[in-house]
Design a protein around this ligand. Sequence first.
Ligand code: PHB
Length: 393
Amino acid sequence: MRSTRALPLAITATLALTACGGSALSGDGGDGGGDDSTVTVGLLVPKSGVYAPLGEDMEAGFDLYLEENDGQLGGKDVEVKVVDEGGGPDDGVPAGTKLAQDDSIDAVVGIVNSAVALGLTDAFAEAKKPLIIANAGADAITGDGASEYVWRTSFANGEIGAAMGEHVAENVDGEVYLVGPDYAAGEEFLAGFKETFEGAGGEIAGTQMTPFGTTTNFQPYLQKVRNADPAAVFAFYAGSEAVTFVKQYDSLGLHENVPFYATGFLTEGGALDAQGKAAEGIFTSLHYSSALDNEKNQSFVKAYDEATNEVPTVYSVQAYDAAAALDQALETGTSGDEIVEGLQGVEEIDSPRGPWSFTDNQGPDQTYYLRKVADQDGAWTNVIEGELTQPSS
Ligand code: PHB
């Protein structure tokens, strides 16, 4: 199955900085003065905390796009500065604010955690610097009144929960228990699910929010789930929390008895490898699976495997697509306003998730799939079962 990640691709001059303490490097600054033939992109991804593996996938996806495009975006040579988002807003917001204010950085890509993204949008709007969020799904970021400097190649949290609600209401006979981490993303995924699930006649058995980033023993929460005797569970967890939760769900005997539905992050990439059989049969909603049967995805999976020895994840794709969006946008110029003008004109992105375009809300218009974990040719895989009803975005 998967092996450890290969060395970073040679083509990008990737610098690992911990808290953006580095001096100004090359790049012409965010205002378009100086040398327009090189751009510097800040890649803000977690290198620590429960979401660190997600950051690795994003970096690999961004690197792969550059490798496939001679290290250039919009015809300009690219320098990448990798900055640690850390485990949450206490680390991520100061690190991102420095990037927003650093004149040597032309644009920033990344951010896994919704609470970090929510804490940074104003800094980017004030600095007039483009931020392309390649994961964090906080609903407010691309909703009404969003800044024209803040774009997203991932999803809005509510959409992914909402995509699953009607399906569960129609396929589960009885009440459903909701579980997730107690921060913006957990709350929004569960709220999105609840809205469409109840709208389709479903009933909630109970809700448990678990302390984010510090819970390693989910058993007291799972015991409450068991005591409620629900007909099914719906959850959001990602990264190392997803591994622990699924394993403990299994070891408490819930796996055999209580059907498990979730957002697709629960069973992505390294998390699914670590969960193994404990994840068998889990149903999830997501806008990507490495098993998607389209030509672009097949060549992407092959190239990603050659570069990293791993199967790509939704995080890899979102960062790959952020590079594709910047590639088009940088044709217009390298100042913040020129990049934004370029982003406004971005045409359909030929993505491994299937072709998509930006909506007026500056996020993707995309399809959500129902996936089921199954053993396919000896590898645990998120097999595509069909498309889910599109939530209104
Ligand atoms: C988020 O905080 O928005 C978030 C984090 C991890 C995920 C998805 C969303 O896998």
